[in-house]
Ligand binder design. Structure first.
Ligand code: F6P
Length: 195
């Protein structure tokens, strides 16, 4: 059975500042995670010659993948983080203060709420369809290095979690979720590589 390994990028500079969206590089902790992840992957997938590493087109996932050698890397736009439109680069506090109606609307219906000039979770779920089709087709292991909202949606698909839960699924940094699809269903393991 071929595993799918899901992980968020290492902590980014924007994560440290609490800013959403953006395209910043990794923090020092994020750089350490990238190295730990590469050690883990090289051990875990040692004899898996056909394995591949999928990232988004954003720096923080590409940089997280960069220490990993020996496997092909593929960038998918569909794996980019939810587009927060006019709120891109803001903190949740700033949104609450400057755009209270937007803040409240999202709180009320996080699944359907669409950022002005951006996306909703439902939009993200829809754009992930080709990625899911390709993941299901793979015979070899795949490591997916992506973002919080996108990974919630991907994880929910494989773990068979209901739509309405998706925006609220816990998706911590610096943790690998390994999914194995077998005849008896889906098995899951988690590896927390750092605090
Ligand atoms: O804060 C990190 C981040 O990936 C943001 O870029 C993104 O907007 C957010 O998480 C998605 O999480 P939530 O839907 O809970 O705001």
């Amino acid at each position: 059975p071929r595993p799918i390994l899901l992980t968020r990028h290492g902590e980014s500079k924007d994560n440290v500042r609490g800013r959403i969206g953006g395209d910043t590089a990794l923090s020092d902790a994020g750089e350490i995670y990238a190295k730990k992840l590469s050690n883990f992957i090289e051990k875990r997938l040692k004899s898996e010659r056909a394995a591949s590493i999928w990232t988004s087109t954003l720096q923080r996932t590409i940089l997280t993948a960069s220490p990993i050698v020996g496997f092909p890397k593929i960038q998918w736009r569909a794996l980019d983080e939810i587009n927060s439109g006019v709120c891109d680069g803001m903190t949740y506090e700033e949104i609450k203060k400057n755009m209270p109606e937007e803040y409240e609307a999202r709180k009320k219906d996080k699944l359907r709420y669409r950022y002005p000039r951006g996306e909703s979770y439902l939009d993200v779920i829809q754009r992930l369809e080709p990625v899911i089709i390709e993941l299901e087709r793979q015979r070899a292991p795949v490591v997916v290095i992506s973002h919080q909202a996108v990974l919630r949606a991907l994880y929910a698909y494989f773990a068979d979690r209901p739509l309405k839960e998706i925006p609220h699924i816990e998706m911590p940094l610096h943790t690998i979720i390994e999914i194995q699809m077998g005849v008896t269903g889906v098995q899951e393991k988690r590896y927390k590589l750092m605090d």
